[in-house]
Design a protein around this ligand. Structure first.
Ligand code: NAD
Ligand code: NA
Length: 396
């Protein structure tokens, strides 16, 4: 079929298999150009199909020849119905990995469930024996708790009073004011239940009990801090509470891993266009200004550049892992540079529907957004008939 983008709000309902495959190939080529690192050998990535998790899987496999197992929640393809992009990304990744002689298998289902954890444990036992790196990169709006069956929904709201500031609809370019009422205690708790560290710890506990973590194993989860501009809705909002919990969980997990000399880290990453971040109010306007400033300074990075740097200069650095005063890895260092933030803050004050096309990188935002779904990717012929039904070679 001929597949075109169909959008509704901040989501795109269709995705393009060849565009997704091309994106994966571009990421693979980037990692290869960075040279082989003395990195991980057997890797489990939870949330492996898009964004930072996919970049982590690619960096593991093509940066240090690692065997990888990916867990994700994606919609398969069917005749006349394109898959969700993470399905096509994974199909392409596993095809390229196999061609390179690398082990790559995956599990599609709810990572929060006991069933998917057990399936993953069985697969590691059967095929890898143990893993030396576990990446935790889930972004989900809801979680059903495996013990109680209760379903929690996360919200993106401020906590310390109502919040009102600029936002942009990146499809139309219209800058408007958004006002959000503060969350109540239950909404805060629910968001922490979804995006906090409880499930990460459940995974590590289950893997450790099954003796599937190699001596010295590392686990990493991803967090975000961001500037004062977005603080009321992000770091001091409901999602920020969840990230506080995630960061505290890293310390608990490290305690739990003492006897195998293992360690849990949180890496604070840069703001980037992903399916998860395009849903957060105010963030798209911030990102479009940030991209403009960082591109002008030659320090812009996407997921693959970020994660490649995370592995090379941080996790597998020769002289140990550099961390901040709270024990976190900071690959948001370039985003948070004073000169970058001063310029973004000045542009923020000027941003209107009229000025944004010139002062912000709205085009870059839009392109990145459509790229997530395999659209507007160079070298792909969108008028060509493509087979929308694609198998994931290593799917269990
Ligand atoms: P993403 O939406 O691109 O990826 C989410 C992944 O989780 C996908 O692989 C998806 O299939 C998987 N997933 C979601 N629900 C699942 C479930 N129930 N079971 C199994 N898999 C499931 O998101 P992302 O932006 O790469 O976010 C990953 C992490 O990075 C998040 O913790 C996010 O907060 C963090 N982070 C994001 C940014 C940013 O700007 N995008 C910045 C810093 C940190
Ligand atoms: Na991810």
């Amino acid at each position: 079929m001929i597949i075109s983008p169909r959008t509704r709000g901040f989501i795109c309902l269709t995705s393009h298999p060849e565009g997704c495959a091309q994106n994966v190939l571009t990421q693979i080529n980037y990692v290869k150009s960075q040279g082989l690192t003395d990195g991980p050998k057997k890797v489990l990535v939870i949330g492996a199909s898009t964004g930072f998790g996919l970049a982590s899987r690619i960096t593991s496999a093509f940066g240090s020849n690692a065997s990888t197992i990916g867990v994700y929640f994606e919609k398969p393809s069917a005749p006349g119905k394109p898959a969700s992009p993470g399905w096509y990304n994974t199909a392409a990744f596993e095809t390229f990995a196999n061609e390179a002689g690398l082990y790559a298998k995956s599990i599609n289902g709810d990572a929060f469930s006991n069933e998917i954890k057990q399936k993953t444990i069985d697969l590691i036992k059967a095929d890898l024996g143990q893993v030396d790196l576990v990446i935790y990169s889930l972004a989900s709006p809801r979680r059903t708790h495996p013990a109680t069956g209760e379903t929690f929904n996360s919200v993106l709201k401020p906590i310390e009073g109502s919040f009102s500031d600029k936002t942009v609809d990146f499809h139309t370019g219209i800058v408007s004011t958004v006002s959000i009422d503060p969350a109540n205690e239950e909404e805060i708790a629910n968001t922490v239940a979804v995006m906090g560290g409880e499930d990460w710890e459940m995974w590590i506990t289950a893997l450790k009990e099954a003796n599937l973590l190699a001596p010295g194993a590392t686990t990493v989860a991803y967090s975000y801090i961001g500037p004062a501009l977005t603080e009321p809705v992000y770091r001091k909002g409901t999602i920020g509470r969840a990230k506080d919990h995630l960061e505290a969980t890293a310390l608990d997990i490290t305690d739990q891993l003492k006897d195998i000399n293992g360690k849990a880290y949180v890496s604070v990453n840069k703001a980037l266009v992903t399916q998860a971040s395009s849903a957060i109010p105010v963030i798209p306007l911030y990102i479009s200004l940030l991209y403009k400033v960082m591109k002008a300074k030659g320090i812009h990075e996407g997921c693959i550049e970020q994660i490649s740097r995370l592995f090379k200069d941080n996790l597998y650095a020769k002289n140990g892992v550099p961390v901040d005063e709270k024990g976190r890895i900071r690959i948001d260092d370039w985003e948070m540079r004073e000169d970058v933030q001063n310029e973004v803050t000045a542009l923020w004050a000027e941003a209107t529907t009229e000025t944004l096309p010139a002062i912000g990188d709205l085009e870059g935002y839009k392109t990145d957004f459509f790229n997530l779904f395999g659209f507007e990717v160079p070298k792909v012929d969108y008028n060509a008939d493509v087979n929308e039904v694609v198998e994931v070679p290593g799917l269990q």
